[in-house]
Design a protein around this ligand. Structure first.
Ligand SMILES: C[S@@+](CC[C@H](N)C(=O)[O-])C[C@H]1O[C@@H](n2cnc3c(N)ncnc32)[C@H](O)[C@@H]1O
Length: 269
């Protein structure tokens, strides 16, 4: 494989994703940590009754459900994912669930959209710049795009060596298997500015990982899921990973892990 060859796997092949209860729990923990911030940002963008919304890579569907409640009546929400097995209970009069690959399928019916939101999706897609072009094209004039992505800059300063190594191993395992780029969003909101969006802004959410809370649970599940890949790639030894998992289960442990960068912008018109 050359440096420019595509990564051998894609999200939801066998690295992350899938129908298991463990993956459902991981998505639920992610939502518990991140939904309040996402909802605040979407609320500040003015999403309301009558909006047509697209939730890309909807995962467990918590934000799609919140949007459907918000646009109720005249509006509509389309919740897409390559794997809709965690979304099956959601469909209703204001919400359509669609199996859809954002990298290659045609624009979802129901657009152009007043709001397009994608959280923790584009950083995992090697063709993220092309996907961003597509999302931009699917906006209504005046429509709002909100993109959220993990960023790794807090990891290096962790005072806990095993935890720091484990989180870096997650980062490197995702980069080397599916092509995740956890530095891409450090440049936000430039990718939105480059596409001619206006009223652009960016915010960073840096939740505490510890106290055996939802963030710790989410990263423990992610670390456990990625452990075979970490081992295969020789990124960390078992003692280090066991120590990191013990820390994440310890109510007295506190640290920072990945941050979330959130960028938004509006199509002119
Ligand atoms: C880390 S999860 C985030 C889920 C949800 N957005 C959230 O923040 O709670 C990434 C999601 O993106 C989906 N996904 C991955 N590649 C995709 C693609 N090419 N098109 C659409 N969805 C994709 C995965 O199946 C998964 O549900």
């Amino acid at each position: 494989m050359t440096d420019t060859a595509p990564p051998p796997r894609r999200y939801a092949d066998d690295v992350l994703g899938g129908p298991t209860d463990t993956e459902r729990a991981r998505l639920a923990a992610m939502a518990a940590v991140c939904d309040p911030t996402t909802i605040r940002v979407l609320d500040e963008r003015g999403v309301g009754v009558g909006w047509r919304c697209l939730e890309v890579g909807a995962g467990g569907g918590s934000i799609a459900a919140w949007l459907a409640d918000r646009v109720t009546g005249a509006g509509h929400v389309v919740a897409t994912d390559v794997d809709i097995r965690h979304l099956d209970v959601l469909a209703g009069p204001d919400l359509t669930v669609l199996r859809h690959d954002v990298t290659r399928d045609p624009a979802p019916a129901g657009g152009p959209f007043d709001l397009i939101h994608a959280r923790f999706v584009l950083e995992h897609l090697p063709d993220r710049e092309y996907v961003l072009d597509r999302l931009r094209d699917w906006l209504q004039p005046g429509g709002v795009l909100v993109v959220e992505s993990i960023v790794k800059f807090p990891l290096d300063s962790s005072p806990h060596p095993a935890f720091r190594r484990a989180m870096h191993s997650i980062d490197e395992a995702l980069a080397r298997t599916i092509g995740t780029d956890s530095a891409w969003a450090r440049g936000f909101p430039a990718p939105l500015q480059a596409r001619g969006l206006v009223d652009v802004g960016v915010s960073v959410h840096l939740p505490t990982t510890g106290g055996a809370g939802a963030s710790a649970q989410c990263w423990a599940l992610t670390l456990t899921r990625l452990r075979p890949h970490i081992r295969e790639l020789g990124l960390a030894d078992d003692d280090t990973l066991d120590e990191a998992l013990a820390a994440l289960a310890d109510p007295a442990f506190f640290d920072l892990s990945f941050a979330t960068a959130i960028a938004w912008g509006r199509a002119p018109g």
